[in-house]
Design a protein around this ligand. Structure first.
Ligand code: SF4
Ligand code: SF4
Length: 292
Protein backbone atom coordinates (compact mmCIF):
# COMPACT_ATOMS: atom_id res chain seq x y z
CA UNK A 1 0.00 0.00 0.00
CA UNK A 2 1.15 3.51 -0.73
CA UNK A 3 -0.07 6.49 1.30
CA UNK A 4 0.85 9.97 0.05
CA UNK A 5 0.77 12.92 2.42
CA UNK A 6 0.38 16.26 0.68
CA UNK A 7 -0.83 19.80 1.32
CA UNK A 8 -1.81 22.87 -0.67
CA UNK A 9 1.07 24.80 0.90
CA UNK A 10 4.13 24.14 3.04
CA UNK A 11 4.16 24.34 6.84
CA UNK A 12 0.81 22.68 7.54
CA UNK A 13 2.20 19.60 9.29
CA UNK A 14 2.70 17.27 6.32
CA UNK A 15 6.15 16.14 7.48
CA UNK A 16 4.99 15.80 11.11
CA UNK A 17 2.24 13.43 10.03
CA UNK A 18 4.53 11.48 7.65
CA UNK A 19 7.28 10.92 10.20
CA UNK A 20 4.95 10.11 13.09
CA UNK A 21 2.70 7.81 11.07
CA UNK A 22 5.74 5.90 9.77
CA UNK A 23 7.22 5.61 13.27
CA UNK A 24 3.99 4.46 14.88
CA UNK A 25 3.26 1.87 12.19
CA UNK A 26 6.77 0.44 12.45
CA UNK A 27 6.14 -0.10 16.18
CA UNK A 28 2.62 -1.48 15.96
CA UNK A 29 2.01 -3.32 12.72
CA UNK A 30 2.45 -7.08 12.21
CA UNK A 31 6.02 -8.39 11.98
CA UNK A 32 6.07 -9.33 8.30
CA UNK A 33 5.37 -5.71 7.23
CA UNK A 34 8.05 -3.06 6.73
CA UNK A 35 7.54 0.67 6.44
CA UNK A 36 9.32 2.85 3.90
CA UNK A 37 9.04 6.58 4.46
CA UNK A 38 10.02 8.42 1.28
CA UNK A 39 10.65 12.16 1.40
CA UNK A 40 9.83 13.37 -2.11
CA UNK A 41 9.84 17.06 -1.21
CA UNK A 42 13.08 17.19 -3.16
CA UNK A 43 13.58 20.95 -2.99
CA UNK A 44 13.45 20.95 0.80
CA UNK A 45 13.43 17.42 2.24
CA UNK A 46 13.26 17.72 6.02
CA UNK A 47 11.84 14.40 7.29
CA UNK A 48 15.46 13.40 7.87
CA UNK A 49 15.78 16.04 10.60
CA UNK A 50 13.68 13.74 12.82
CA UNK A 51 15.31 10.44 11.90
CA UNK A 52 18.67 8.77 12.43
CA UNK A 53 19.78 5.50 10.87
CA UNK A 54 22.35 3.50 8.98
CA UNK A 55 23.01 4.57 5.38
CA UNK A 56 22.23 1.66 3.04
CA UNK A 57 22.41 3.20 -0.41
CA UNK A 58 23.38 6.54 -1.92
CA UNK A 59 22.90 7.24 -5.61
CA UNK A 60 23.61 10.31 -7.68
CA UNK A 61 20.73 10.90 -10.09
CA UNK A 62 21.10 12.21 -13.62
CA UNK A 63 18.78 13.29 -16.38
CA UNK A 64 19.55 13.39 -20.08
CA UNK A 65 19.91 16.77 -21.78
CA UNK A 66 20.77 17.79 -25.33
CA UNK A 67 24.35 18.91 -25.94
CA UNK A 68 25.39 20.81 -29.06
CA UNK A 69 28.33 19.51 -31.11
CA UNK A 70 29.65 22.51 -33.02
CA UNK A 71 31.87 20.44 -35.32
CA UNK A 72 28.94 18.49 -36.76
CA UNK A 73 26.33 21.28 -36.99
CA UNK A 74 25.37 22.63 -40.43
CA UNK A 75 23.12 25.37 -38.97
CA UNK A 76 19.87 24.18 -40.50
CA UNK A 77 17.82 25.59 -37.55
CA UNK A 78 15.52 22.56 -37.30
CA UNK A 79 16.35 21.88 -33.67
CA UNK A 80 15.31 25.35 -32.46
CA UNK A 81 12.02 25.06 -34.33
CA UNK A 82 11.12 21.66 -32.88
CA UNK A 83 11.88 22.37 -29.21
CA UNK A 84 8.58 23.03 -27.44
CA UNK A 85 10.32 24.23 -24.31
CA UNK A 86 12.44 27.04 -25.81
CA UNK A 87 15.53 25.23 -24.61
CA UNK A 88 17.38 25.85 -27.88
CA UNK A 89 18.35 29.23 -29.34
CA UNK A 90 19.51 29.37 -32.96
CA UNK A 91 21.92 32.28 -33.38
CA UNK A 92 22.88 31.90 -37.06
CA UNK A 93 26.51 31.08 -36.36
CA UNK A 94 25.91 28.96 -33.27
CA UNK A 95 23.26 27.02 -31.34
CA UNK A 96 22.74 27.40 -27.62
CA UNK A 97 21.11 24.73 -25.46
CA UNK A 98 19.76 25.80 -22.04
CA UNK A 99 20.01 22.62 -19.95
CA UNK A 100 17.64 23.90 -17.23
CA UNK A 101 14.86 24.29 -19.81
CA UNK A 102 15.52 20.94 -21.51
CA UNK A 103 12.76 18.42 -20.73
CA UNK A 104 14.73 15.43 -22.07
CA UNK A 105 12.21 14.74 -24.83
CA UNK A 106 14.92 13.72 -27.38
CA UNK A 107 13.05 15.49 -30.24
CA UNK A 108 15.97 17.69 -31.33
CA UNK A 109 18.46 14.87 -30.95
CA UNK A 110 16.36 12.50 -33.06
CA UNK A 111 15.63 15.16 -35.69
CA UNK A 112 19.11 16.60 -36.20
CA UNK A 113 20.33 15.32 -39.59
CA UNK A 114 23.97 15.61 -38.52
CA UNK A 115 23.77 13.91 -35.11
CA UNK A 116 24.99 17.20 -33.68
CA UNK A 117 22.76 17.07 -30.57
CA UNK A 118 23.67 13.97 -28.58
CA UNK A 119 21.86 13.51 -25.25
CA UNK A 120 24.26 13.52 -22.32
CA UNK A 121 23.71 12.85 -18.60
CA UNK A 122 23.54 15.88 -16.32
CA UNK A 123 23.59 15.56 -12.53
CA UNK A 124 20.41 16.77 -10.79
CA UNK A 125 20.54 15.41 -7.24
CA UNK A 126 20.97 12.48 -4.95
CA UNK A 127 18.83 9.76 -3.37
CA UNK A 128 19.79 8.16 -0.06
CA UNK A 129 18.23 5.23 1.71
CA UNK A 130 18.62 4.44 5.42
CA UNK A 131 17.62 1.63 7.77
CA UNK A 132 16.24 3.18 10.95
CA UNK A 133 15.09 -0.08 12.59
CA UNK A 134 14.50 -3.62 11.27
CA UNK A 135 11.03 -2.52 10.20
CA UNK A 136 11.46 1.16 9.33
CA UNK A 137 13.33 2.43 6.28
CA UNK A 138 13.76 5.98 5.12
CA UNK A 139 14.55 7.34 1.67
CA UNK A 140 15.13 10.95 0.72
CA UNK A 141 15.86 12.63 -2.59
CA UNK A 142 17.47 16.04 -2.67
CA UNK A 143 17.91 18.36 -5.66
CA UNK A 144 21.35 19.90 -6.14
CA UNK A 145 21.59 23.62 -5.47
CA UNK A 146 20.73 25.56 -8.62
CA UNK A 147 18.74 22.74 -10.27
CA UNK A 148 15.25 23.99 -11.01
CA UNK A 149 13.28 21.02 -12.33
CA UNK A 150 12.05 18.86 -9.44
CA UNK A 151 9.85 16.51 -11.45
CA UNK A 152 12.59 14.38 -13.12
CA UNK A 153 14.17 13.61 -9.74
CA UNK A 154 10.78 12.68 -8.27
CA UNK A 155 10.12 10.43 -11.28
CA UNK A 156 13.41 8.61 -10.62
CA UNK A 157 12.61 8.44 -6.90
CA UNK A 158 9.38 6.61 -7.73
CA UNK A 159 11.45 3.97 -9.54
CA UNK A 160 13.77 3.80 -6.52
CA UNK A 161 10.74 3.12 -4.29
CA UNK A 162 9.61 0.34 -6.62
CA UNK A 163 13.02 -1.33 -6.31
CA UNK A 164 13.15 -0.94 -2.53
CA UNK A 165 9.65 -2.14 -1.66
CA UNK A 166 7.73 -5.42 -1.79
CA UNK A 167 4.05 -6.31 -1.44
CA UNK A 168 4.70 -6.32 2.32
CA UNK A 169 5.90 -2.74 2.39
CA UNK A 170 3.72 0.18 3.41
CA UNK A 171 5.15 3.20 1.60
CA UNK A 172 4.50 6.63 3.07
CA UNK A 173 5.29 9.50 0.72
CA UNK A 174 6.03 12.96 2.11
CA UNK A 175 5.01 14.83 -1.08
CA UNK A 176 6.07 18.33 -2.12
CA UNK A 177 3.61 21.07 -1.12
CA UNK A 178 1.44 22.85 -3.68
CA UNK A 179 -0.54 21.74 -6.70
CA UNK A 180 1.98 21.78 -9.56
CA UNK A 181 3.86 19.07 -11.50
CA UNK A 182 6.14 17.86 -8.65
CA UNK A 183 3.24 16.92 -6.35
CA UNK A 184 1.35 15.32 -9.24
CA UNK A 185 4.41 13.17 -10.00
CA UNK A 186 4.93 12.29 -6.32
CA UNK A 187 1.37 10.98 -5.75
CA UNK A 188 1.07 9.02 -9.02
CA UNK A 189 1.34 5.57 -7.42
CA UNK A 190 -0.53 6.40 -4.21
CA UNK A 191 -3.59 4.38 -3.17
CA UNK A 192 -4.79 7.32 -1.10
CA UNK A 193 -3.70 10.94 -0.67
CA UNK A 194 -4.02 12.57 2.74
CA UNK A 195 -4.33 16.34 2.49
CA UNK A 196 -3.05 18.04 5.62
CA UNK A 197 -4.45 21.44 6.45
CA UNK A 198 -5.01 23.88 9.29
CA UNK A 199 -8.46 25.10 10.41
CA UNK A 200 -7.91 28.68 9.22
CA UNK A 201 -9.08 30.71 6.19
CA UNK A 202 -5.62 30.33 4.57
CA UNK A 203 -5.68 26.60 5.29
CA UNK A 204 -9.09 26.29 3.67
CA UNK A 205 -8.03 28.25 0.60
CA UNK A 206 -5.00 26.05 -0.02
CA UNK A 207 -6.98 22.91 0.73
CA UNK A 208 -9.56 23.73 -1.95
CA UNK A 209 -6.78 24.04 -4.55
CA UNK A 210 -5.24 20.74 -3.47
CA UNK A 211 -8.64 19.00 -3.54
CA UNK A 212 -9.27 20.25 -7.10
CA UNK A 213 -5.89 18.91 -8.25
CA UNK A 214 -6.36 15.48 -6.64
CA UNK A 215 -9.90 15.17 -7.97
CA UNK A 216 -8.65 15.89 -11.48
CA UNK A 217 -6.16 13.05 -10.97
CA UNK A 218 -9.07 10.90 -9.69
CA UNK A 219 -7.13 10.03 -6.53
CA UNK A 220 -8.99 8.91 -3.40
CA UNK A 221 -8.46 11.65 -0.83
CA UNK A 222 -9.01 12.28 2.85
CA UNK A 223 -8.28 15.31 5.00
CA UNK A 224 -6.30 15.57 8.22
CA UNK A 225 -6.70 18.78 10.20
CA UNK A 226 -3.54 19.76 12.04
CA UNK A 227 -3.47 22.22 14.95
CA UNK A 228 -7.09 21.36 15.62
CA UNK A 229 -8.55 23.82 18.10
CA UNK A 230 -7.28 27.05 16.56
CA UNK A 231 -9.21 28.97 13.88
CA UNK A 232 -12.75 28.00 12.93
CA UNK A 233 -14.88 25.09 11.63
CA UNK A 234 -14.94 26.14 7.95
CA UNK A 235 -12.61 23.33 6.83
CA UNK A 236 -14.97 20.77 8.37
CA UNK A 237 -18.01 22.42 6.74
CA UNK A 238 -16.24 22.47 3.35
CA UNK A 239 -15.31 18.78 3.66
CA UNK A 240 -18.87 17.86 4.68
CA UNK A 241 -20.29 19.77 1.67
CA UNK A 242 -17.84 18.06 -0.69
CA UNK A 243 -18.26 14.66 1.01
CA UNK A 244 -14.53 14.45 1.71
CA UNK A 245 -13.76 12.35 4.80
CA UNK A 246 -11.93 14.10 7.62
CA UNK A 247 -9.97 11.19 9.07
CA UNK A 248 -7.94 12.92 11.74
CA UNK A 249 -7.76 16.00 13.93
CA UNK A 250 -4.31 16.47 15.43
CA UNK A 251 -4.70 18.68 18.50
CA UNK A 252 -2.85 21.97 18.79
CA UNK A 253 -0.57 21.32 21.75
CA UNK A 254 2.20 23.58 22.98
CA UNK A 255 4.41 20.63 23.91
CA UNK A 256 4.06 19.25 20.35
CA UNK A 257 5.33 22.54 18.89
CA UNK A 258 8.29 22.50 21.30
CA UNK A 259 9.16 18.89 20.47
CA UNK A 260 8.84 19.57 16.74
CA UNK A 261 11.27 22.48 16.98
CA UNK A 262 13.80 20.13 18.62
CA UNK A 263 13.34 17.46 15.92
CA UNK A 264 11.66 14.95 18.25
CA UNK A 265 9.09 12.27 17.38
CA UNK A 266 5.69 13.12 18.90
CA UNK A 267 4.12 9.64 19.04
CA UNK A 268 6.85 8.45 21.42
CA UNK A 269 6.03 11.08 24.06
CA UNK A 270 2.53 12.53 23.62
CA UNK A 271 -0.23 9.93 24.17
CA UNK A 272 -2.95 12.18 22.71
CA UNK A 273 -1.07 12.47 19.43
CA UNK A 274 -0.14 8.78 19.39
CA UNK A 275 -3.83 7.91 19.76
CA UNK A 276 -4.89 10.28 16.98
CA UNK A 277 -2.22 9.03 14.54
CA UNK A 278 -3.31 5.43 15.26
CA UNK A 279 -6.89 6.51 14.59
CA UNK A 280 -5.81 8.07 11.27
CA UNK A 281 -4.26 4.78 10.18
CA UNK A 282 -7.40 2.83 11.09
CA UNK A 283 -9.42 5.26 8.99
CA UNK A 284 -7.01 4.87 6.05
CA UNK A 285 -7.52 1.10 6.18
CA UNK A 286 -11.33 1.49 6.23
CA UNK A 287 -11.27 3.95 3.34
CA UNK A 288 -8.91 1.97 1.13
CA UNK A 289 -11.00 -1.19 1.73
CA UNK A 290 -14.21 0.63 0.83
CA UNK A 291 -12.56 2.02 -2.35
CA UNK A 292 -11.57 -1.46 -3.59
S1 SF4 B 1 19.33 20.45 -36.16
FE1 SF4 B 1 21.48 19.80 -35.91
S2 SF4 B 1 22.50 20.59 -37.71
FE2 SF4 B 1 20.55 21.68 -37.59
S3 SF4 B 1 21.09 23.56 -36.43
FE3 SF4 B 1 20.39 22.03 -34.95
S4 SF4 B 1 22.29 21.05 -34.25
FE4 SF4 B 1 22.78 22.10 -36.14
S1 SF4 C 1 15.62 17.24 -25.78
FE1 SF4 C 1 13.59 18.16 -26.13
S2 SF4 C 1 13.43 19.71 -24.53
FE2 SF4 C 1 15.58 19.18 -24.67
S3 SF4 C 1 16.43 20.70 -26.03
FE3 SF4 C 1 15.87 18.91 -27.27
S4 SF4 C 1 13.80 19.32 -28.02
FE4 SF4 C 1 14.22 20.75 -26.35
Amino acid sequence: MQIAIASGKGGTGKTTLSVNLATLLSQQISEDITILLADMDVEEPNSGLFLKGELLRSEVKYRMVADWDEKRCTFCERCANICEFNAIAYLGISVMVFPELCHSCYACSDLCPEDALPMIPRRMGETKEYRLTDRLYFMESRLDIGVEQATPLIEQSRKHIEESSTENTIVIIDAPPGTSCPVIEAVKDADIVLLVTEPTPFGLHDLTLAVDTMQELKKPIAVVINKYGIGNRDVEKYCADKQIPVIGKIPNLKEAAMMYSKGEILVDSIPEIRKEIANIYQNIIKLTKSNQ
